[in-house]
Write a protein that binds this ligand. Structure first.
Ligand code: IMP
Ligand code: MG
Length: 179
């Protein structure tokens, strides 16, 4: 049972997450009232956040996904990011909200922001469920943040450790990396 994993402790419960995601959805709906937004999820971590956020948004929204990976392996980023899945269609003239699970060093979102600006969107905002500002390598501020957290490795609600734990309904701190 993942819930009984001794390495995991709940940081934000499913109820706390639902409340924050509802508030972010309401804010986005208000900021873009009467307009259309394109939600762009960063695979794979943002998939669960995006599916809940999308349903908390009451204005017209469409979806796309991008994939990004850092060249370095593991949690220590090498600093270089590459695109592993591009947009299905251009977002030229669109109100874009880039949706990410966690803002850590800032390298991924700053890379994707630069890439998306090449499409000349009408607006480009970023939504990060979690923000670890103490880890920033490149200055980056997200427009919509769920929770600001200390420098701890977290899993669940889309976030993984070696592809494990993404399906946990709560956001948990992973204390020691299990084999
Ligand atoms: P950044 O480019 O360092 O901001 O990287 C963000 C990416 O690093 C996220 O999309 C996650 O895939 C990964 N990441 C950073 N911190 C964590 C964490 O605490 N748990 C799981 N993944 C993390
Ligand atoms: Mg990720």
């Amino acid at each position: 049972m993942p819930e009984r994993d001794p390495h995991l402790s709940v940081l934000f419960s499913r109820a706390q997450i639902a409340e924050r995601v509802a508030a972010l959805g309401a804010q986005i709906s208000q900021d873009f009232a009467g307009q259309h937004v394109v939600l762009i999820g960063v695979l794979k971590g943002a998939a669960i956040f995006m599916s809940d956020l999308a349903r908390a948004i009451t204005i017209d929204a469409s979806f796309d996904f991008v994939g990004a990976a850092s060249y370095g392996k593991g949690s220590a980023s090498s600093g270089e990011v590459r695109l592993t899945k591009d947009l299905d269609r251009s977002v030229n003239g669109e109100n874009v909200i880039l949706v990410e699970d966690i803002l850590d060093t800032g390298l991924t979102l700053s890379f994707l922001q630069r890439m998306l600006m090449l499409h000349a969107p009408r607006a480009l905002k970023t939504a990060a469920l979690l923000d670890k500002p103490s880890r920033r390598v490149r200055p980056f501020n997200a427009d919509y943040v769920g929770f600001t957290i200390p420098d701890k490795f977290v899993v669940g609600y889309g976030l993984d450790h070696n592809e494990q734990y993404r399906n946990l309904p709560d956001i948990c701190v992973l204390d020691a990396a299990p084999e």
